[in-house]
Design a protein around this ligand. Structure first.
Ligand SMILES: [Zn+2]
Length: 118
């Protein structure tokens, strides 16, 4: 038998919520919060965001999963809840750099085509 299939007892409290209500860090509603200071609904959002971002080490449900299983999980989250992050702030996309690269690529292609054409 593989003992590692069982989580150590320390991890059992991962989803434990406090008994008293406090302001949630995510939605600022009064609710019972977990260790991260999030209500149940925001905790779900955070988990989905971490899955979208492939931050597997921070997703308890991702433990001991194969890469394929994780990708399937991610695809399912995106299909059901969309691709946009719900709780974590989206990092500023590096559009300018990508656009510059694309333009350089196009230019190179055009140059090649011209050389061939002559
Ligand atoms: Zn919340």
């Amino acid at each position: 038998m593989d003992k590692e299939d069982f989580l150590p007892p320390d991890d059992e409290d991962d989803d434990a919520f406090n008994d008293e209500e406090n302001l949630c860090q995510g939605c600022e509603e009064e609710a019972k919060l977990n260790r991260d200071g999030l209500c149940a609904s925001c905790a779900d959002k955070l988990e989905r965001d971490l899955i979208r971002k492939r931050e597997w080490r921070r997703v308890p449900a991702a433990r001991k999963q194969s890469r394929e299983a994780l990708e399937l999980l991610r695809n399912r989250v995106i299909k059901e809840h969309g691709k946009a992050l719900e709780l974590i702030a989206e990092e500023a996309p590096e559009i300018s750099r990508n656009e510059a690269e694309k333009r350089a690529l196009k230019k190179a292609k055009r140059r090649k085509r011209r050389q061939r054409g002559v």
